[in-house]
Design a protein around this ligand. Structure first.
Ligand SMILES: *Cc1c(COP(=O)(O)O)cnc(C)c1O
Length: 364
């Protein structure tokens, strides 16, 4: 009999030592843990859309008759609809099971063991996570005090082994965008530049129109945040067409399930509804920003996404996080070298803002 110890020896060494990703928990788990009923939980920790997806999505998914058949491996209808939505030809577009899958696929396409991937913390945790899994080396180039990327330091860090850089714009968790000028500077210097526009619909700024003119620019988008489809896992990338071909080739054939493809399609047919929820969220963002600013022990950072980052100036972010939890309000807490004593608060409905602000005032 082979012992567990023997089997463990077979596991890739770099995977044994890598840090695991800290995901958020679903509402029912949070409810069990805090004894707050699920319907009373105020979930402001995942940048999810509190208004939910279009009702067209729910109706179409309920009526669909072909769940027993495999989905379209070429995602034809969806890519055609995305062509219209993005204004870019479908030969540039590949859909994934969340943009998380596309992050992984891009790295699989380029990264060989020991190749370097530039990461600009504080930022989205999936870039170092997927780099580790692909056997790449993460090179961290921290952002400056106002969370801008440090282009000079990035250029200095380039080596023969540098393959990819990831920039989230707007950045998660800081909420600021990277200017087109800065991105163009990166395009001239770094082999593959991935701009993650997960929050594009809230910021309105994009570099997607540059993709056909640059062989090394990739733009990632998702339906998780603006379209309320986080649970169905659907995202897409806009690639130079020569790269899109490789992604279609290396992805799992049925990577995006039928429900997710349909849901994205129906969302794109109900843009009026979705634009209303985006408008409600961006308006609420400004109200929440103003209210948070009135709390003397919080320092807020302006955001172009559907969340707001704030640091707790008395160094008690952890206690504030715990105090909110006890009242059934969940926000994301950060305590990393780049982000000490910070909370990231997703913009919810007006009543969520009111409950949060009341709870914060009480905690004090
Ligand atoms: C949420 C988020 C994603 C993940 O999107 P999925 O499509 O749900 O995988 C990607 N990038 C950033 C910056 C995010 O905040």
């Amino acid at each position: 009999m082979i012992s567990p110890k023997h089997i463990e020896k077979l596991i890739r060494a770099e995977l044994k030592t890598m840090k695991s990703y800290t995901p958020i928990e679903p509402a029912d788990v949070l409810s069990q843990r805090t004894k707050v009923p699920t319907e009373k939980i105020i979930k402001l920790d995942g940048n999810e859309n509190p208004y939910g997806c279009s009702t067209r999505v729910k109706q179409t998914l309920a009526e669909y008759a072909y769940y027993h058949l495999y989905p379209d491996p070429e995602q034809r209808e969806l890519r055609k609809a995305l062509q219209e939505y993005t204004g870019l030809n479908l030969q540039h577009i590949v859909a994934g099971s969340g943009s998380d899958e596309l992050i992984d696929l891009v790295l699989r396409l380029f990264v060989e063991r020991g190749d370097e991937v530039i990461n600009c913390p504080p930022t989205f945790g999936m870039y170092p996570f997927s780099t580790d899994i692909c056997g790449g080396r993460v090179v961290n180039i921290p952002r400056t005090a106002d969370f801008s990327i440090n282009i000079l330091a990035i250029k200095k860090a380039l080596t023969k082994r540098t393959k990819v850089i990831f920039i989230a714009s707007p950045n998660n968790p800081s909420g600021n965008v990277t200017s087109q000028q800065a991105i163009e500077e990166l395009l001239d210097a770094v082999p593959v530049v991935v701009i993650d526009e997960a929050y594009f619909e809230f910021s309105g700024t994009t570099v997607a129109p540059l993709v056909p003119k640059h062989a090394n620019l990739i733009v990632l988008r998702t339906f998780s945040k603006w379209a309320g489809l986080a649970g169905l896992r659907i995202g897409y990338g806009i690639f130079p067409s020569h790269l899109a071909k490789y992604l279609m080739k290396i992805k799992q054939p049925y990577n995006v399930n039928s429900a997710a493809q349909l849901a994205a399609l129906e969302s794109l047919k109900d843009l009026a509804y979705l634009r209303n929820t985006i408008e409600a969220i961006t308006q609420e963002r400004e109200r929440l920003f103003h209210k948070l600013n009135q709390i003397s022990w919080l320092k807020t950072y302006p955001s172009q996404a559907n969340f707001i980052l704030c640091s707790v100036v008395n160094g008690k972010a952890k206690a504030v996080h715990e105090g909110l939890k006890r009242q059934g309000i969940f926000v994301r807490y950060f305590d990393t070298p780049e982000l000490k004593d910070c909370l990231r608060i997703t913009v919810g409905k007006p009543e969520h803002t009111d409950a949060l602000i009341a709870a914060l005032r009480e905690i004090r």
